[in-house]
Design a protein around this ligand. Structure first.
Ligand code: HEM
Length: 394
């Protein structure tokens, strides 16, 4: 006979500033508490171990996205037409639009541009010697190439899009001061998408044109088209910037690991995956259970909101040996940093291509990377990235 338990309770505030700034020791505590944790502060169930996060992501019929994946009702209502807030079969229809646009064959058309721009960028940064690893290195390809791919007009609004998108992620956290304070960013992003990034203002041959063509053909609704543009803006830019900046920070603070990559640039793909595993640009999303579900002997009742932490799963010592060690040879291809199951990231190929071009160019051209100051970061309810990363490259 199997015994079932109720979830292990904790009053830890997972979204408190100091926890968001350094979540990893807290994740370990939560993983050790039990397979399912109940977070009393926000009335959320939580999954923190690798196996359980991955199983929940695969079992979309039980862990549903259809009531939104944010942790407050307003954000979930606003994103009802987003692909992220859907289960199959509705999600599959929209997903086809993303997959068509982000198909590796299609994305490879711009691969030459990505490689060339990365080489030029790194040559320029080497001439400068000192630079900001976020603004000057990690942001460049998402702003110059990915915004072109999405089709956003080439104007000064591009820098604002990054800020609004970060605000939109913050707005997905549990109701509270940090979450509500970013509502103006959400409004500004939507206003921009409606009034400025209109279908006829988008660059030719862009993802945006594909999206609105699908709406014109009746394959998706106008609302879904708008939320698809929002998903591109939010999911496709700051995530990559965070992943690249975090990987650069890890390489700069582990000189022996960077030396290994320079000596063998074939390690670049593994090093980037390891950066995504260690720092997980997206730390959490949530689902709602459609039935009572037994997770390793603990019952989560039907109708519960369950937060799952990609960031914690990626550091689970039950799955990864010595998980807090940055090891460019680990090659953690099974990281849940890009999600898993039906919502697994359709932009993975594109993000990976950008990162490989940047770190490949750096490995070929640069010597040592030194930190010249403390990196800074702003806590965010969902994302984990850096604001600035002062470095010197020889
Ligand atoms: C290092 C970079 C990136 C990381 C770490 C990342 C991470 C993720 C994760 C964890 C999910 C799963 C969400 C869930 O489980 O509900 C996801 C979904 C998604 N990502 Fe990414 N992503 C990255 C880059 C991109 C790029 C470059 C694009 C597009 C240009 C993109 C577009 C999307 C979209 C549209 C979804 C939703 C898919 C669906 O709901 O079916 N991502 N991403």
């Amino acid at each position: 006979m199997t015994t079932t338990h109720t979830a292990y309770e904790t009053d830890l505030d997972l979204f408190a500033t100091e926890v968001l700034l350094d979540p990893f020791p807290h994740y370990r505590t939560l993983r050790d508490l039990g397979p399912v944790v109940y977070l009393t502060e926000h009335d959320l169930y939580g999954l923190f171990r690798y196996d359980h996060v991955r199983s929940a992501l695969v079992d979309w019929e039980t862990f549903s996205s259809a009531q939104g994946i944010a942790m407050n009702p307003t954000a979930n209502e606003l994103s009802a037409d987003s692909i992220l807030s859907m289960d199959p079969p509705r999600q599959r229809t929209l997903r086809k639009v993303f997959d068509d646009a982000l198909r590796p064959r299609y994305v490879r058309r711009v691969a030459g541009d990505i490689e060339r721009l990365a080489d030029e960028l790194v040559a320029d940064l080497l001439r400068r010697g000192e630079f900001d690893g976020v603004a000057d290195f990690a942001c460049k390809l998402p702003v110059d190439i990915v915004m072109d791919l999405i089709g956003f007009p080439r104007d000064e609004q591009r820098d604002n899009i990054l800020k609004w998108a970060l605000g939109a992620f913050d707005f997905m956290g549990p109701a509270g001061e940090r979450q509500s304070s970013t509502f103006p960013d959400v409004q500004a992003l939507m206003q921009y998408l409606v009034a400025e990034a209109k279908p006829d203002a988008l660059l030719p041959d862009s993802f945006g044109r594909i999206v609105y063509a699908a709406a014109d053909a009746g394959e998706i609704t106008e609302g879904e088209a708008l939320m698809t543009m929002s998903a591109y803006a939010c999911a496709g830019l700051d995530t990559t910037i965070a992943g690249v900046a975090s990987t650069l920070w890890l390489l700069a603070s582990h000189p022996e690991q960077w030396r290994a990559v320079r000596e063998d640039p074939e390690l670049v793909p593994s090093a980037f995956l390891e950066g995504v595993r260690m720092e997980s640009p997206l730390q959490f999303f949530s689902r709602v259970t459609t039935r009572d579900i037994d997770v390793a002997g603990v019952i989560i009742p039907a109708g519960a909101r369950v937060v799952h932490s990609y960031g914690s799963a990626n550091r689970d010592e039950r799955h990864y040996t010595d998980p807090d060690r940055f090891d460019v040879r680990r090659n953690p291809a099974d990281t849940v940093g890009f999600g898993f199951g039906v919502h697994t990231c359709p932009g993975r190929t594109l993000a990976t291509m950008e990162a490989h071009a940047l770190f490949g160019a750096l490995a070929r051209q640069a010597g040592a990377i030194d930190l010249t100051g403390e990196p800074t970061r702003t806590p965010n309810n969902i994302t984990r990235g850096l604001d600035s990363l002062p470095v010197r490259v020889s």
